[in-house]
Design a protein. Structure first.
Length: 131
C-alpha cells in the first residue's frame, strides 16, 4: 500500500462517486459498505493463515503482530489525525502523520518477516539459524 498508494487512490475513486468530501479522510469512508467487506477479508485471511501456517508459530505471531500494527496505523492513527487535526498545530499534525506511516511500515515489515520465517520453517532445519 505504501508503494502503490492504494488507499490514496481509493479515496480519489470514492470522492469521484460522492462518498467523500474534497479532502481524503477516514471519516468519509462508507463504513456500512467497508466494514462487512473488511470483516470478511480478515476472516478469510485468518482461516487460511491458520491452516497454511500450522506448525510455524513464529511466523503466525509475526503475521498477527504485523496485521495489528498495520490496522492501528491505517485506521487508528489515521482516524486520530483526522479528528484532531483541526485543533492541532501543523507540526503536531505532521508528527501524527509520521506515527501513522511508521506504524503502517512497521506492520508491513513485520508481515514480511513472518512470511520469511514461514519460508525458512518450510525449508527445514538445515536452513534455520541456531540460536
Amino acid at each position: 500500500d505504501e508503494t502503490a498508494v492504494l488507499h490514496e487512490h481509493l479515496g480519489t475513486i470514492l470522492r469521484g462517486h460522492g462518498f467523500a468530501g474534497p479532502t481524503p479522510s477516514i471519516v468519509d469512508v462508507p463504513w456500512p459498505i467497508a466494514l462487512p467487506l473488511l470483516t470478511l477479508a480478515a476472516g478469510w485471511v485468518t482461516v487460511n493463515a491458520r491452516h497454511g501456517l500450522q506448525g510455524s508459530r513464529h511466523a503466525s505471531r509475526r503475521l498477527v503482530l504485523g496485521l495489528v500494527l498495520l490496522a492501528v496505523g491505517a485506521v487508528g492513527a489515521d482516524l486520530l489525525t483526522d479528528l484532531l487535526s483541526p485543533r492541532l498545530s501543523m507540526w503536531a499534525v505532521q508528527l501524527l502523520h509520521v506515527i501513522e506511516e511508521s506504524l503502517e511500515m512497521a506492520g508491513a515489515l513485520t508481515i514480511f518477516s513472518g512470511l520469511l520465517a514461514h519460508q525458512q520453517w518450510l525449508l527445514g532445519p538445515d536452513t534455520r539459524r541456531s540460536a
